[in-house]
Design a protein around this ligand. Structure first.
Ligand code: FAD
Length: 401
């Protein structure tokens, strides 16, 4: 972007990575995104290109074959990619969360076994908390693991797995009663299992079925699926971190960086909507002049650009906070909340600027209009973000009187 969404203080390496990604987005993603999206086609060629650029290993430490970059670099890359096509950023997001969880919480053996192949994009990650009856209320999970010798037997149904079909490693959160007596708080009796599987649909491992793609209004191309565990046997050494009962905290840590990522996606989609709106407004004439010369449209553009700037600044702040080693739940929650709401509003304004043509599938804004709502839901809805923000504020500003 020429003027908006600049980030001060980037290193030469960060700038080089971003300019490479931006170039890739402009040449390889934007020209084909809308056509692929309308066909709901998996962007294999784009994914192969991202692999070559090393993006699947961007944040994986160099000792495991990754680029060892920061969350900020990652988020800025995601912003660029989402500007091209949000679904592509979805393809790398769950992979990134699982790699992050392995890096932070995995045993040495798990890190050595998975991370080098994840950095190369050979093993691709998905993460699974949601179930048909729950999304926000993770503590209500009913899928269960029961110990049987040196294995666990998993049963239950999961819902809404982004990359459920294409992934080969799923981090699955289930209840585990072993070592956690009846009455243990739900979040202390959950365990993350690292479940390897074949890519594709149907029975992808004995006891594990991926039924098929969920048909969605937008966010197409990337596969979103259910996952059914029916007597799925997982060895004890595939419990993330080697001990049961830590799954809730591990997942919440993953979701926290995921929220920065969703904020970055909101920034990228909003930027693209602004680009489309500002360009169309200078080409379309009504009442003898370009609509950009009507003050009402200029005001819209002013509001859109201000939202793009504000969302970008908050997203960068949240990423930098995490990179500095500090807790960033407040900043990540605020950034995710603001960026997703602003994204929806900027897209809506760009759509209005397009008049009737915005409703035509020939115009890119039609796709963005169907994509933006997903950001209001994924990685926690606006209400959930506000709950996190509110609780954290009350901790920080405890009444001393
Ligand atoms: C395209 C897509 C991809 C997804 N990918 C993944 C994935 O990869 N992995 C995964 O695990 N999940 C995934 N999800 C699931 C997503 O995280 C959930 O949909 C989301 O957390 C909301 O949960 P829910 O749909 O069950 O809504 P619910 O939790 O049922 O909420 C319904 C409504 O009630 C509101 N609400 C709920 N509780 C409260 C409260 N206490 N106070 C006020 N309001 C409340 C919510 O904000 C919402 O408006 C995906 C979802 C979509 C749509």
């Amino acid at each position: 972007m020429a003027r908006l969404a600049q980030t001060a203080g980037l290193t030469d390496i960060q700038q080089e990575i971003l300019s490479t990604v931006r170039d890739f987005v402009d040449k390889e993603i934007i020209p084909v995104a809308t056509e692929l999206e309308h066909r709901d086609e998996y962007p294999q060629q784009i994914v192969d290109g991202l692999k070559e650029l090393g993006l699947f290993g961007l944040m994986i430490p160099e000792e495991y074959g990754g680029l060892g970059e920061s969350l900020l670099t990652y988020a800025l890359c995601v912003e660029e990619i989402a500007r091209g096509w949000m679904s592509v950023s979805g393809i790398i997001n769950t992979h990134f969360i699982v790699a992050y969880m392995l890096k932070q919480h995995g045993t040495q053996e798990q890190r050595e076994y998975f991370l080098p192949r994840m950095a190369a994009g050979e093993v691709r990650g998905a993460f699974s908390m949601s179930e048909p009856a729950l999304g926000s209320d993770v503590s209500a999970i009913t899928s269960k693991a029961v110990k049987d010798g040196d294995e666990y037997v998993l049963n239950g149904q999961k819902m809404w797995l982004t990359n459920g079909g294409t992934s080969t490693l799923v981090a699955v959160l289930v209840k585990s009663d072993e070592g956690h007596p009846e009455g243990t708080a739900p979040h202390k009796s959950m365990t993350t299992f690292l479940v390897e599987k074949e890519p594709g649909f149907g029975e992808v491992r004995p006891g594990l079925t991926i039924p098929g793609k969920i048909d969605k209004m937008g966010y197409k191309g990337v596969d979103t699926t259910e996952l059914i565990m029916d007597g799925l046997r997982i060895p004890a050494n595939r419990v993330l971190g080697g001990a049961t009962g830590r799954g809730f905290y591990q997942m919440m840590d993953g979701v926290e960086v995921g929220r920065v990522n969703v904020a970055a996606r909101g920034c990228g989609v909003a930027q693209r909507a602004f680009e489309l709106g500002v360009s169309y407004a200078q080409q379309r004439h009504t009442f003898g002049k370009p609509i950009a010369q009507h003050q009402a449209i200029q005001f819209k553009l002013a509001e859109m650009a201000t939202k793009v700037e504000a969302a970008h600044a908050m997203m960068v702040n949240a990423a930098r906070k995490k990179d500095s080693g500090e807790r960033n739940d407040l900043e990540a929650g605020m950034a995710k909340y603001l960026a997703s709401e602003y994204c929806k509003e900027v897209v809506e304004d760009a759509f209005r600027i397009h008049g009737g043509y915005g409703f035509s599938k020939e115009y890119e804004i039609e796709r963005l209009y169907r994509e933006a709502p997903m950001l209001l839901i994924g990685e926690g809805t606006a209400e959930i973000q506000k709950m996190i923000i509110g609780r954290r504020l009350l901790e920080e500003y405890r009444f001393q009187g």
